[in-house]
Design a protein around this ligand. Structure first.
Ligand SMILES: Cc1ncc(COP(=O)(O)O)c(C=O)c1O
Length: 447
C-alpha cells in the first residue's frame, strides 16, 4: 500500500516545475466569451433562447402580481395550482418556524441539518402516500435525477429502465446518469411497454418510470394498467405525481389515490413547490428502498437540507390538504370552466384529461407575440411554451387556472385572448390537429 509522505519528506520533494515553462506562447487562449456568445446567437436563431418574465407576487392576493413596469397583472400560468403559496395556514407555519428555528438548516441531513421539521414533513408524506417512508430532497428535479441515477448501485449494472416518451427532463437525466440500458415506450401505451418488458427474463431487475399528469399536454397515465403489466414481468414502478399531488384524491395524494391504485405503485415522487405551494421534492416507498437511497444517492447526501421554515410550511400545506376539499373542488371547477369558455370562443384547445388547459399556437414567434400582447395590452401573464420544452410545431400557451382565480378574472383572460387572436389574424373554430401525431412527426424530424 502507498505510504503517505511525512511533512519532512514533503519539504524535501523537488519543487513542481513552474507551469509557465510548459506554455507555448505562440498559442492563443481559448476565446471563452466568443464561445458563449456563439451559443447565445445559435439559441436565438433557433428560437430556443429563453426570456424570463420578472414578476413580484403580492402576498395574499394571488393570482395578482406586479410586472417589470410595476403594473398589476393576473398570472394565468402558475403551478401554485391551489393557491397554497399564499394560504394562511402555510404562512403562519412558516412565520412560526422562522421565529423558532431561524433561517437555514445549517448542514446536510448527515451533518447537523436533520431537524424535527424535516422528520415531521417526511412522516406527513409517508402517511399521505400510505408508504413505509419518505425522503425529502432539494427539489423533485434533484429527487428524480438522484434516485434514478442511484438504482444501478443497488440493483446492479444489468438493470433496465423503461421510460414513457413524454417523461420530464428530470427522469430523462436520472436515467441517462445511471448509464444502464433503457427503452422508451410510446406515451401511455401499455401494449408497447409490455412488448418491451417481455423481451427480458423476469429475473432481470427493471424499473418502469412514468408520470400521472403530463404537464405540457394534460394527459393522464393509466397507472393501474402500467403497474399490473410491470408486476407481471417483475418490474418496479416509479411514478412522478409532481403535477397531481395536493390536487387529486380524497387526501391529495394524487391520481393514484383518485384511481384507487396507490398500493400498486412501488415508488412515488412529488414536489412541494406546485400544488403544495412551497418548495422541495420527495420520494415515498418501502422502508428498505428509502434507507438505501438515503445512504447512496449523492444528490441527497452531499447538499444542505431544506431550510426548516420551508419544511414546516410544506408540512402545513400537506396536512391542510389531507382534509380540506374546497381547494381541489374549486380548482377542478375552474379548469372545467376555462376549457369550456375557450373552446366556445373557437380557440384551439388541445384535448386534456386534467387541470392543464393547453392552447395550440404551433409557431414559436407567434406564441411569444401572443403572450407579449396579452401582457402589454391586457395585463394578463401566460408564458409561451416553445421548443425544446415541447416539440417544434406544437408551441402552445399552457393556461393553468388555479383554485383562487375568480370567474371575472377568467372571463377577462378569455376576452383578451380572443382579441389578440383576432388582431393577429389567427384562425378560430379550426379543427385542432391530433397533437400526438404532430408530436411524433416533430420528434422524427428532430431525430
Ligand atoms: C413532471 C415533473 N417532474 C419533476 C419536476 C421537478 O419538480 P421541482 O420543481 O420540485 O424540481 C417537474 C417540474 O418542475 C415536472 O414537471
Amino acid at each position: 500500500m502507498k505510504q503517505c509522505q511525512t511533512v519532512e519528506q514533503l519539504k524535501q520533494s523537488p519543487p513542481v516545475p513552474a507551469v509557465a515553462e510548459k506554455v507555448d506562447s505562440s498559442q492563443k487562449p481559448c476565446d471563452y466569451n466568443g464561445l458563449f456568445s456563439a451559443t447565445i446567437e445559435q439559441l436565438k436563431a433557433e428560437n430556443k433562447y429563453r426570456v424570463f418574465t420578472p414578476l413580484s407576487r403580492i402576498r395574499g392576493q394571488f393570482p395578482a402580481a406586479r410586472n417589470a413596469t410595476d403594473e398589476q397583472i393576473t398570472v394565468m400560468c402558475s403551478n401554485d395550482y391551489l393557491g397554497m403559496g399564499q394560504h394562511p395556514a402555510v404562512l403562519s407555519a412558516m412565520h412560526e418556524a422562522l421565529d423558532s428555528y431561524g433561517a437555514g438548516a445549517g448542514g446536510t441531513r448527515n451533518i447537523s441539518g436533520n431537524t424535527h421539521a424535516h422528520l415531521q414533513l417526511e412522516a406527513e408524506l409517508a402517511d399521505l402516500h400510505q408508504k413505509d417512508a419518505a425522503l425529502v430532497f432539494s427539489s423533485c428535479f434533484v429527487c428524480n435525477d438522484a434516485t434514478l441515477a442511484t438504482f444501478p448501485k443497488l440493483l446492479g449494472k444489468d438493470m433496465v429502465y423503461f421510460s414513457d416518451e413524454n417523461n420530464h427532463a428530470s427522469m430523462i437525466e436520472g436515467i441517462r446518469h445511471s448509464n444502464v440500458r433503457k427503452h422508451v415506450f410510446r406515451h401511455n401505451d401499455v401494449e408497447h411497454l409490455e412488448s418491451l418488458l417481455k423481451s427480458y427474463p423476469k429475473s432481470t431487475p427493471k424499473i418502469v418510470a412514468f408520470e400521472s399528469v403530463y404537464s405540457m399536454e394534460g394527459t393522464i397515465g393509466p397507472i393501474g394498467d402500467i403497474c399490473d403489466i410491470s408486476r407481471k414481468y417483475g418490474a418496479l414502478t416509479f411514478l412522478d405525481e409532481v403535477h397531481a399531488v395536493g390536487l387529486y384524491g380524497q387526501r391529495g395524494a394524487g391520481v393514484a389515490e383518485r384511481d384507487g391504485v396507490m398500493d400498486k405503485v412501488d415508488m412515488i415522487t412529488g414536489t412541494l413547490g406546485k400544488g403544495f405551494g412551497v418548495f422541495g421534492g420527495y420520494l415515498a416507498g418501502s422502508a428498505s428502498m428509502i434507507d438505501c437511497i438515503r445512504s447512496r444517492a449523492p444528490g441527497f447526501i452531499f447538499t444542505t437540507s431544506l431550510p426548516p421554515v420551508v419544511a414546516a410550511g410544506a408540512a402545513a400545506s400537506v396536512r391542510h390538504l389531507k382534509t380540506s376539499q374546497v381547494e381541489r373542488e374549486r380548482h377542478q371547477a375552474n379548469a372545467a370552466y376555462m376549457k369550456q369558455l375557450l373552446s366556445s370562443l373557437g380557440l384551439p384547445l388541445m384535448p386534456s384529461a386534467s387541470h392543464i388547459v393547453p392552447v395550440l399556437v404551433g409557431n414559436a414567434q407567434k406564441c411569444k407575440a401572443v403572450c407579449d400582447k396579452l401582457m402589454r395590452e391586457h395585463q394578463m401573464y401566460v408564458q409561451p411554451i416553445n421548443y425544446p420544452t415541447v416539440p417544434v410545431g406544437t408551441e402552445r400557451l399552457r393556461v393553468t387556472p388555479s383554485a383562487v382565480h375568480t370567474r371575472e378574472q377568467m372571463d377577462k383572460f378569455a376576452r383578451a385572448l380572443l382579441t389578440v387572436w383576432r388582431e393577429m389574424d389567427m384562425k378560430l373554430f379550426q379543427e385542432v390537429p391530433d397533437v400526438h401525431q404532430l408530436m411524433a412527426k416533430s420528434k422524427q424530424v428532430a431525430a
